[in-house]
Design a protein around this ligand. Sequence first.
Ligand SMILES: C[S@@+](CC[C@H](N)C(=O)[O-])C[C@H]1O[C@@H](n2cnc3c(N)ncnc32)[C@H](O)[C@@H]1O
Length: 250
Amino acid sequence: MRLIPLCLTVLLFACDSQVPTNAQDINQESGDVYTYSRANRDGIGKVYMGREISHVMGHLGAGWLERPERERDERTDLLIDNLNLDPDHVVADIGAGTGYFAFPMSARVPQGKVLAVDIQPEMLAIIESRKQVGLSEASWQNIETVLGTEDNPNLPDNAVDLIYMVDAYHEFAYPREMGEAIVRALKPGGRIALVEYRMEDRTVPIKRLHKMSEAQSRKEMAAIGLTWVETKDILPQQHLMIFEKQISAP
Ligand SMILES: C[S@@+](CC[C@H](N)C(=O)[O-])C[C@H]1O[C@@H](n2cnc3c(N)ncnc32)[C@H](O)[C@@H]1O
């Protein structure tokens, strides 16, 4: 796994080239859902359903996730308000980073919990240290950190009401395996809130491989058997896309 630290200047004013539609597959293993091509600057050269997967944002970029202007620019308050959380919900924040969302969400599920999943132990250590600082905040104690792997979030089966992924899914090196594990972790009728910077909007100042279109997102979620419920384009820069695991799903 290759990690790169990201900072605002790296993400701003995206000008990287996109995966060419005629990208030449260098190594397509038979039966593999992935193909491989020359990597773009911000990608890993691994292509899933026509989308090149981006590098993982390294923990040295943690400060960017906690930038003070984030709530104003991305209306993260509005995002949480629109998740329709019930007090007893179990939420899995996959690709939780520094816990920017895990902490405010934990207050919305006082009888439930937030499972903060990440593959970088350094990110989880930041969350644990923030929990220590906020010991007086009872709700923060219902955040549990979970160390995932690139292809498995290590969540229990049929246990989660909402899987929440903000600016993370496009980095998953094994999106098909992660997706299948996510479906297993969801309770029947459970939902996914997938939040990605809008690819369709050229004015969103984020590099191309760190954005996703609604069409691409829906295609990838359909491939793991999830049903699209709605796309709430209420945020300044991101899609908020809701998917559901059917009651009858295994
Ligand atoms: C750009 S950060 C976003 C963090 C957080 N969601 C936020 O918006 O503040 C993406 C995070 O996803 C994590 N990540 C990447 N691949 C992952 C995987 N397969 N499973 C879990 N986390 C992953 C990275 O380690 C990183 O912390």
